[in-house]
Ligand binder design. Structure first.
Ligand code: N01
Length: 538
């Protein structure tokens, strides 16, 4: 509940969320003399990497893209895998804390449940679950885009007598899948990862698939200490290029040509090279028109499909996993990365239920009932994603200056100025939020680049004696319009993705994330250079 009571504890800045963005803000603002506090709902650092401890959870951005560029952090840190898993990422955050001494200004298990802006004092009253209300001039929301898990409302869901969990709420003390009959609903990034691990240990694993996932080869590998040490000499330059790049990767280069204009042999060479590099290279590191031209997009899809069919023995299963007709344009939904996902379906202990032919009718005490079958299960995993971008906000009783909750304000769609601020929510700045490049921007790069903009903004306000910053309605409407126009020039709107808000029943369909961090930052910097155009400063 939002509260209007004044509080005993007062801060210049309250940061919500101890992931990459929140920790970066804390580190920078504290150095600049702000009185800062960070609240996080979890019991340790890491944001999603604190919560996501399901078997196989690992990052899809390859090292060294996925880390801070802060020298005192990287100079004596060595990664062991090109795509590190959640345990290693948790160790990394402990290392970050050790180097930057962050925890002394962080309060854990401090879930923010409400916030109301007090006009006379020009400060936010922020209430947490434990009943305390604190007072801050500015709130920085560093909630991540996946702060609210989505579990579909299957009939009978509460009757299941086995262990049921959403991937984002995986028990911190573990949940064994060994020797169990495991069902997984969903095959996004989380589903693919948990399926791979479950396939190794489960007595039987059943994937309930609604839409085939266009999963790309991760090309995981171990990193040696020598290799990591040798890399240090190049890291400053690597991070400089990464942070200036259009997606937060130092080594993801687009071929400027259009795929359908390139001779087939040449095109396949480019596709093969990207495939061999692994990770997102095949998504955003081939031709410039893959996500804008339907013919070029289809060429990438067909290349991918042939790769999958070569690995799956049963042609019918292969067709379910990689159908002749693309389920949606390639890349218009976030591709998962996989290591042995497709081979898993060659195993006797793994089966696939096609929900388009055989939909789930209800969850029963023993397992899942579909239109034509019953599946008895010991463990049911909901890898069903998130109310992305906005869910982290709308679950807080966050009040506008006119008293409306952000949930009400965003009911008919999100309007923000530059994905940084919402009209009628003064002195609240969003990092990695909706209508900024979030989903298309490697997290640590965004934390630093967008993060520096926010830090500079707060310094500017302080230096100029400005107490209040608020997004203007007209600027926010223009930004939404600009995003829709950009989206319409791509194939993105054609998929029912979380990028479009289309994965949540009843959520307004709109482009929720800005495509292109370079042009995004150009807009943000232009606003700052013009006295924070689009914001009202008092
Ligand atoms: O969620 P998702 P996620 N009945 O939304 C299915 C990041 N991430 O947690 O496609 C049946 O992608 C749904 O089916 P459909 C990453 O950015 C990163 O996997 O809607 N199925 C889909 O298969 C990622 O994109 C990492 O038809 C239902 C699945 O559930 C984002 O988080 C790791 C259903 C949801 O997939 C979200 O990934 C994990 C229903 N009623 C996550 N409702 C790494 O970096 C939903 N589904 C590694």
């Amino acid at each position: 509940m939002a509260s209007n009571k004044p509080s005993n504890r007062q801060f210049d800045v309250l940061i919500i969320g101890a992931g990459f963005s929140g920790l970066y803000q804390l580190y920078q603002l504290r150095k600049l003399g702000f009185n800062v506090k960070l609240f996080d709902a979890g019991s340790d650092l890491g944001g999603v990497w604190h919560w996501n401890c399901y078997p196989g959870a690992r990052v899809d951005s390859h090292i060294p893209n996925y880390e801070y560029s802060i020298e005192e952090v990287w100079q004596d840190w060595n990664w062991t895998e090109r795509f590190p898993g959640w345990q290693e990422l948790q160790r990394y955050f402990a290392h970050v804390d050790q180097k930057l001494d962050l925890k002394r200004d962080i309060e854990f298990q401090k879930t923010v449940i409400g916030a109301a802006f007090d006009e006379p004092s020009c400060r936010w009253h922020v209430t947490s679950q434990d009943g305390e209300t604190v007072d801050a001039q500015f709130i920085l929301t560093c909630l991540g885009f996946a702060a609210k898990a989505h579990t579909p409302e299957f009939r009978g869901i509460e009757t299941f007598t086995g262990d049921a969990t959403h991937t984002a709420h995986w028990p911190q003390d573990g949940l064994s899948l060994s020797g169990k009959r495991v069902g997984v609903i969903g095959n996004g990034a989380s589903g693919v990862q948990v399926i791979q691990e479950a396939s190794k240990v489960a007595a039987h694993l059943t994937l309930f698939q609604r839409t085939p996932m266009i999963a790309l080869a991760m090309q995981q590998r171990q990193l040696t200490v020598d290799e990591e040490q040798a890399k240090k000499a190049t890291l400053k330059e690597v991070f400089r290029i990464r942070n200036a790049s259009g997606g937060g990767f130092y080594d993801l280069e687009m071929d400027p040509r259009k795929a359908h204009e390139v001779p087939e042999a040449e095109r396949n060479k480019v596709f093969e090279a990207a495939w061999a590099k692994g990770g997102f290279h095949f998504w955003t590191g081939t031709f410039s028109d893959i996500i804008t031209d339907a013919d070029s997009n289809r060429m990438a899809y067909d290349f991918w499909r042939a790769k999958v069919h070569a690995r799956v023995q049963n042609p019918q299963t292969a067709e379910l996993l990689a159908p002749q007709q693309p389920p949606h344009p390639f890349g218009a939904k976030r591709p998962s990365l996989e290591q042995w996902y497709y081979e898993a379906f060659n195993q006797d202990n793994v089966s696939l239920v096609d929900l388009t032919q055989n939909p789930i009718t209800e969850i029963v005490p023993q397992g899942v009932r579909t239109a034509s079958n019953n599946y008895d299960l010991d463990v049911l995993v909901f890898a069903t994603g998130f109310d992305a971008g906005t869910g982290g906000f709308t679950q807080i009783d966050l009040r506008s200056t006119s008293g409306r909750t952000i949930k009400e304000v965003w009911q008919d769609g999100v309007d923000t100025h530059l994905g940084l601020a919402v009209p009628q929510f003064p002195n609240l700045l969003m990092l990695y939020g909706p209508q900024s490049p979030t989903a298309f921007w490697n997290g640590p790069a965004s934390a630093e680049v967008q993060g520096d903009w926010v830090v500079n903004c707060l310094v500017h306000l302080r230096d100029k004696g400005i107490n209040r910053i608020e997004a203007e309605f007209e600027a926010a409407q223009k930004w939404t319009q600009h995003m829709e126009e950009m989206g319409a020039r791509t194939l993105m709107p054609l998929a029912d993705s979380w990028y479009m808000g289309a994965n949540i029943p009843g959520k307004r369909r709109q482009m929720l994330f800005y495509m292109g961090s370079k042009s995004y930052m150009a807009h943000c910097n232009e606003s700052a250079q013009n006295g924070y155009a689009g914001f009202k400063l008092d």
